[in-house]
Design a protein around this ligand. Structure first.
Ligand SMILES: CC(C)(COP(=O)(O)OP(=O)(O)OC[C@H]1O[C@@H](n2cnc3c(N)ncnc32)[C@H](O)[C@@H]1OP(=O)(O)O)[C@@H](O)C(=O)NCCC(=O)NCCS
Length: 202
C-alpha cells in the first residue's frame, strides 16, 4: 500500500439501484418490492436445488425465515460491509437472481463476490454480466482494489462465469468451505484486480 493509498480510501458500500437496461441490481431488504411478493420470491429461491446446493439461503425455508433474510440484508447495508443486490428483470421487475459484494479486508481493499440465479435466468450469460456490473461499481464507488471469487471445484458453470467475468484462476484451496451440511469442499480461487484491463461490454 502506498502512502496515498490508505484504508481511508476504502469506502463503505452505499445502497443504490444499478440499471443495466435488460436487468437491474436492486438492494435486498425490506423495502424491496418484487412482483408477486418479495417473501415469496426469497422462498422460491431458497427452494431451488442448485441454489440450495451451492448458496443455501439457510433458514429462509418459511416466511419468518425469509423476513429474517431481508432484515439481515438491511443490517448489512446499514453497516456498509456487504452489498447484496437482487438481480431483477429490466422489463417486468421479476427476480432473476442475486449478486453480492462483501468487504473481507477493507484496509487492504479486498472484497469477495458471490452470485446465484433462478433456474429460468441461467444459461444466457447473466451471472457474468451481473458480476461485471457489481465489480465495476465496487471499484468506482468504494475503492475496491482486489475482488476474490470462490467456487467449489465441481461447480463448472461458476468457473466459467469467473473466467468470462475476467477473474483468472489463482489456485485450489483444499477443504476450504462447507456448502450446506455437506463435507468440506475444495475450491478454486479466482480474483480480479481493479488495475486489470477492462473487459469488452457484454
Ligand atoms: C453458476 C451460475 C450462476 C451460472 O450462471 P449463468 O449465467 O447461468 O452462466 P451461463 O450459463 O451463462 O454460463 C455458464 C457456463 O458454464 C457452462 N456449463 C454449464 N454446465 C456445465 C458443466 N456441467 N460443465 C462445464 N461447463 C458447464 C455453460 O455451458 C456456460 O458456458 P458457455 O456459455 O460457454 O456454454 C448458475 O448456474 C447458478 O445460479 N447456479 C446455482 C447457484 C450457484 O452455483 N452459484 C455460484 C456459487 S459459486
Amino acid at each position: 500500500m502506498t502512502s496515498s493509498e490508505t484504508a481511508t480510501d476504502r469506502s463503505l458500500f452505499q445502497p443504490t439501484v444499478l440499471d443495466h437496461g435488460d436487468f437491474r441490481l436492486q438492494p435486498w431488504g425490506r423495502a424491496l418490492d418484487l412482483p408477486g411478493g418479495t417473501i415469496a420470491a426469497v422462498l422460491a429461491a431458497a427452494a431451488d436445488p442448485e441454489i440450495a446446493r451451492w448458496n443455501p439461503l439457510r433458514d429462509a425455508t418459511d416466511p419468518a425465515g425469509a423476513e429474517a433474510y431481508l432484515d439481515r440484508a438491511d443490517e448489512r447495508w446499514a453497516t456498509g460491509t456487504t452489498a447484496g443486490f437482487a438481480i431483477t428483470d429490466g422489463a417486468d421487475g421479476t427476480l432473476l437472481g442475486n449478486v453480492v459484494l462483501i468487504w473481507t479486508d477493507r484496509a487492504e481493499g479486498i472484497a469477495m463476490v458471490g452470485y446465484w440465479l433462478l433456474a429460468a435466468a441461467r444459461g444466457r450469460g447473466l451471472a457474468t454480466r451481473a458480476t461485471t456490473a457489481i465489480t465495476r461499481w465496487g471499484v468506482r464507488t468504494a475503492g475496491v482494489r482486489r475482488i476474490e471469487l470462490y467456487h467449489a471445484v465441481d461447480n463448472a458453470p461458476s468457473c466459467q462465469v469467473a473466467l468470462r467475468a475476467g477473474f483468472p484462476y489463482e489456485g485450489t484451496l483444499r477443504a476450504s468451505y462447507r456448502y450446506g451440511d455437506r463435507p468440506y469442499n475444495d475450491e478454486h480461487l479466482h480474483a480480479r484486480l481493479a488495475s486489470d484491463p477492462e473487459l469488452p461490454e457484454r
